[in-house]
Ligand binder design. Structure first.
Ligand SMILES: [Zn+2]
Ligand SMILES: [Zn+2]
Length: 171
């Protein structure tokens, strides 16, 4: 998986894992992964359990508003998940991999999500990892907008909130 300033698919994958509700199932994880171009067809139950615990740490990263704390959370994830980086050419383009080639599925997911979040913080801006401002939503998102001022996970939430505010004002 390649990373851009916004952490690429890896950071969005991290957000989607955070947004998955309830205890994860292997089918759920596989569909989230495939939506981000990660093909993992046989996730063992222990991998799903491991990723469920990992999701709490990903969520913690989105919840932290303080830069130093957010970086500490990501650093701990990198320390626990990422291995020595190396350049891979498997798709013809040199890019960094953060898990060893023989790592299992859960270890690979942990490594790419930690690295994806680190990329966002270092190259795009720590405040681009957000939680939707609509209270009923609260979804984690990666703000890839040009000015980086998004406060909602989607246009839909922004509109819903605007309508709700309008109604409240005219009640
Ligand atoms: Zn790759
Ligand atoms: Zn939302």
């Amino acid at each position: 998986m390649r990373f851009n300033d916004y952490g690429g698919e890896a950071a969005r994958l991290a957000a989607d894992l955070v947004n998955a509700t309830g205890p994860l199932t292997s089918a759920q994880v596989e569909s989230i992964l495939s939506a981000h171009g990660v093909a993992e067809s046989s996730l063992a139950p222990e991998h799903v359990e491991e990723l469920t615990r990992w999701c709490e740490r990903l969520a913690d990263c989105f919840d932290r508003r303080d830069l130093r704390q957010r970086c500490e959370v990501i650093n701990r994830m990198l320390a626990d998940a990422a291995s020595q980086p190396y350049i891979s050419l498997h798709d013809g383009h040199p890019h960094l991999h953060y898990s060893s080639p023989d790592a299992d599925a859960a270890a690979r997911i942990r490594a790419i999500t930690a690295a994806g979040l680190a990329y966002v913080v270092c190259f795009a801006g720590a405040d681009r990892l957000g939680r939707c401002a609509r209270e009923a939503c609260d979804r984690a998102f990666v703000d890839t907008s040009r000015n980086g001022r998004r406060t909602y996970c989607s246009l839909r939430c922004a509109n819903n909130d605007a309508v709700a505010r309008h109604r409240a004002k005219h009640r």
